[in-house]
Design a protein around this ligand. Structure first.
Ligand code: ZN
Length: 277
């Protein structure tokens, strides 16, 4: 156990684990070698959105191990080796959703069921993995270049730790309701926009043993990832999405071969479940 300073508060954290974070980026708008790249996006993210986001996570210091993965890499950057060594994945995608292979999505889904955390940022609302996890269209309204204020509507939630009642985000893409998602476990942040829209900007879900956080800010040409509160929210979400049961749990429908009562009476410590599939 060690103490660390986060913001102005003291917190004590169990330091016997390290959170392995993979930041996944489709890397299109922000890739200078891509013919439809955006100069504005490259200006905001000179080393790619994955590096901008990875730097946010790296601020957590030696309690995290950060790697990045990109869509154009083999297996969309998500090989078995990467997936097996990821506790929390952060996802940024927009125009390349359809280029993520269904087999890769299936593998990410299985990892989440077994306890991998997932943070979906901004336009990731339309990613194959987020739509599969929700079982809905995940559609919404949008308009570029609006002014956003974010409200903290669940101040007791760990992801809201250190975040004021509201903060000014500035210029960001407006996302509007109806946001067609499954009913969230919690709505932590709500966005207000100067064009009259509101949005459930920060929502949590649980699927299997996986903890999922969706967060709306992060349009590629805006500076939201440089906002200190946005950074703090993503860092809090890395902690919240981490599941120490990760890698030790298998979901399935096993038959009970030896009952727990039988095992207790007989002092049987062996396998009592049988997986038939
Ligand atoms: Zn956007």
């Amino acid at each position: 156990i060690s103490a660390c300073l986060v913001g102005s508060e003291m917190c004590i954290r169990d330091r016997f684990y390290m959170i392995r974070v993979t930041v996944w980026n489709e890397y299109l708008h922000d890739d200078p070698t891509f013919e439809h790249c955006s100069e504005e996006a490259i200006k905001q993210h000179p080393n790619g959105l994955h590096e901008t986001i990875a730097d946010i996570v790296r601020e957590l210091g030696d309690e995290v191990e950060v790697r990045t993965a990109q869509m154009k890499q083999p297996e969309n950057g998500l090989t078995d080796e990467v997936l097996e060594n990821t506790d929390v994945m952060i996802w940024w995608g927009h125009m390349g959703h359809q280029f993520v292979a269904d087999e890769v999505v299936e593998k990410v889904y299985k990892r989440i069921m077994n306890g991998m955390g997932l943070i979906v940022l901004h336009s990731g609302h339309y990613s194959k993995i987020f739509r599969k996890l929700n079982g809905t269209t995940c559609s919404l309204k949008w308009r570029d270049g609006t002014y956003e204020r974010l409200f903290n509507v669940k101040p007791t939630h760990p992801i809201a730790d250190g975040i004021p009642e509201h903060f000014e985000l500035g210029i960001e893409e407006c996302y509007g309701e109806y946001f067609d998602i499954a009913t969230p476990d919690d709505v932590i942040f709500e966005g207000w926009y100067d064009i009259g829209e509101v949005f459930r900007s920060g929502c949590t879900f649980t699927r299997g043993y996986g903890k999922i956080f969706y967060f709306q800010p992060g349009h590629e040409t805006n500076g939201s990832f440089h906002n200190p509160y946005v950074r703090r929210i993503i860092q809090n979400a890395v902690h919240w999405c981490y599941n120490d049961k990760n890698r030790r749990i298998t979901l399935g429908a096993p038959s009970i071969e030896v009952t727990l009562e039988q095992a207790r009476l007989e002092g049987n410590t062996g396998e009592y479940l049988k997986m038939w599939d």
